[in-house]
Design a protein around this ligand. Sequence first.
Ligand code: SF4
Ligand code: SF4
Length: 139
Amino acid sequence: MQFTPTVIKNLLKKPATRKYPYEVREPFPMYRGELVIDIDRCIFCGMCSRKCPSQCITVDKAAGTWQCDPHACVYCGLCRDHCPTKCLSMKDVHRKPVTEKVTWIEHGNPPKPKVKAAPKAEAKAEAKPGKKADKKDGK
Ligand code: SF4
Ligand code: SF4
């Protein structure tokens, strides 16, 4: 008899579930849905790939490709949170169901590496080639 109040309460209140897909819940703030990338802002640093717990992101700076296996994504948002250029974001809806497995590939333009100027001492040594080799040979 101790369950009577709970039973009466459950009989009178609305069901806790919805008739999905006829009734869809409104997304709440900071909802983590489909991942989106603005590839033009990506610097191909690979941080998203290193932080992804399901290892579904592959970044190839040389080839300028950013790949994601959306079927392995667990919507944790770590890639988005750690992206230094904030080019990753998440929609407030999940991906639509598909019948085939697909890999999502984006092509971008990785920034060119900065060319370092040679230090002066090294530049001087390079200017006098063959001096040390002559001593070693003893000729
Ligand atoms: S998406 Fe962000 S974290 Fe990932 S490679 Fe591009 S800039 Fe780096
Ligand atoms: S949301 Fe999480 S699981 Fe999905 S790609 Fe980003 S880090 Fe990986």
